[in-house]
Design a protein around this ligand. Structure first.
Ligand code: PAF
Length: 283
């Protein structure tokens, strides 16, 4: 496995590849990331992983400075997984100047849910992902990028970006890997205290309960069921940002008549202590 740190080295290392399969990450890799790498391995002629903590997608009060940087351990895991190429650029390599040109995603998709609670987040994500796509795929006949479904809205935003810029790429979304108790694997789980870790599965349980309540169609409005789900989580010591049922097609709320006829997804974000967790469940 080769590790490169500059765009020039990356392009050189990719010369022999016609169809790279790419997994962008911010490092601090866990089994969920390695599962994305395993998927990518079947989808191209070279498996490339990027490790870059992207300042642009963090708000000033968020955890950019404390986000774990664990390049050596990450490289060991990727080597053991049989990854071919790791791109771990410095901040200066990715952003040699203040990044004043940005990719502004469709606000209808990017200013809701995560984008509402983390303004500018998807602009930061799209800008870095576009730069990474340029770096990995420029001049290639084909390309595939693999993203985890845990970041459900992120995958949708990136798919729409790829469509609208007519990038010749396949975007593959991979199922969320979960711990034995059902907690979605996430780098941010590492912030949880042992006591919080034992409570953390309550978010996915609340999403499942909300999904069941919606499917049971008790006659109560969707808004009332969502509010109750938030209150139940709050009563257990969480601070929910949202627990909501949306159409899978555009992440907008379904009309009451669409319940049971449209593919839906239940999405949630909530803070447990200092840690903000997100999860989702297709229903
Ligand atoms: O999902 C992530 O880890 C990040 O948002 C991504 C896609 C690597 C962009 O920085």
């Amino acid at each position: 496995m080769k590790i490169v740190h500059t765009l020039a080295e990356l392009r050189q290392a990719l010369v022999a590849s016609r169809h790279p399969a790419f997994v962008p990450t911010m490092g601090n890799l866990h089994e969920g990331h390695l599962d994305l790498v395993r998927q990518a391995q079947g989808l191209g002629d070279m498996t490339v992983v990027s490790i870059f903590v992207n300042r642009l997608q963090f708000a000033p009060h968020e955890d950019f400075d404390s986000y774990p940087r664990t390049l050596e351990a990450d490289a060991q895991k990727l080597r053991a997984q049989g990854c071919d190429l790791v791109f771990a650029p410095s901040e200066r390599e990715m952003y040699p100047q203040l990044q004043t040109f940005k990719v502004l995603p469709d606000p209808a998709l990017a200013d809701i849910l995560e984008g509402h609670f983390r303004p500018g987040f998807f602009t930061g994500v799209c800008t870095v992902v576009m730069k990474l796509f340029q770096a990995v795929f420029a001049g290639k006949a084909e390309g595939t990028a693999v993203f985890g479904k845990k970041d459900y809205q992120q995958v949708m935003v990136i798919r729409r970006m790829v469509e609208q810029f007519a990038l010749p790429l396949h975007i593959v979304s991979s199922e969320t890997l979960r711990a034995d108790d059902g907690l979605a694997l996430s780098s941010r789980n590492g912030y949880l205290s042992p006591q919080e870790r034992s409570q953390a599965v309550k978010l996915s349980q609340a999403l499942a309960a909300l999904g069941q309540a919606v499917q049971a169609r008790t006659g109560r409005s969707l808004a009332a069921l969502e509010e109750e789900a938030c209150q139940m989580l709050a009563a257990q010591g969480w601070q929910p940002d949202y627990l909501t049922v949306r159409r899978r097609s555009d992440l907008l709320p379904p009309a009451e008549g669409e319940l049971g006829t449209q593919p839906l997804v239940v999405l949630g974000a909530a803070r447990l202590g200092r840690t903000r967790l997100i999860d989702n469940l297709e229903i």
